[in-house]
Design a protein around this ligand. Structure first.
Ligand code: FAD
Length: 110
């Protein structure tokens, strides 16, 4: 079975990097593409309990956790909130989402 922790760290690096590379304003095609990716990702992530919970979080009633894909700032903040939902579940410290871009795009050291 995969090492859930190592897989998680690498995957968060990938997911936050994806938001950092997202355009400031995304076209509807770019939004559609990312939406498809997230939907597939949430089915294929090879930690099944993680994937199930992540999918359930995204599909929570009322649609308040629907991916926000209009642009980098919105998407980056959404991904930070998704990561915080997992942090909460695991009893880890939450990250202040005002700083996601310093952490993942413009850079500071962890
Ligand atoms: P990680 O949580 O991997 O974080 C890596 C770095 O990201 C941190 O050092 C910090 O600098 C930064 N960071 C932390 N929080 C945020 C944030 N909110 N926004 C931006 N940056 C942040 N593990 C389980 O045991 N059970 C699960 O159900 C589970 N579900 C997961 C679902 C997904 C979609 C993913 C990608 C991972 C999941 N994991 C799960 C793995 C888990 O989230 C961690 O990756 C793993 O426990 C290692 O944690 P870590 O403390 O090294 O830091």
């Amino acid at each position: 079975p995969p090492d859930v922790e190592a897989l998680g760290r690498s995957t968060w690096t990938f997911l936050h990097s994806l938001t950092a590379a997202y355009p400031p304003r995304a076209t509807s095609e770019q939004q559609l593409e990312m939406h498809s990716f997230l939907k597939l990702f949430s089915r294929l992530y090879p930690c099944w309990v993680c994937a199930d919970d992540f999918r359930a979080w995204m599909n929570q009633s009322g649609g308040r956790n629907e991916p926000r894909l209009s642009g980098r700032s919105e998407f980056g903040t959404w991904m930070c909130e998704a990561h915080n939902a997992v942090n909460r579940k695991l009893g880890k410290k939450e990250f202040d989402c005002r700083f996601w871009e310093e952490r993942w795009r413009t850079g500071w050291k962890d």
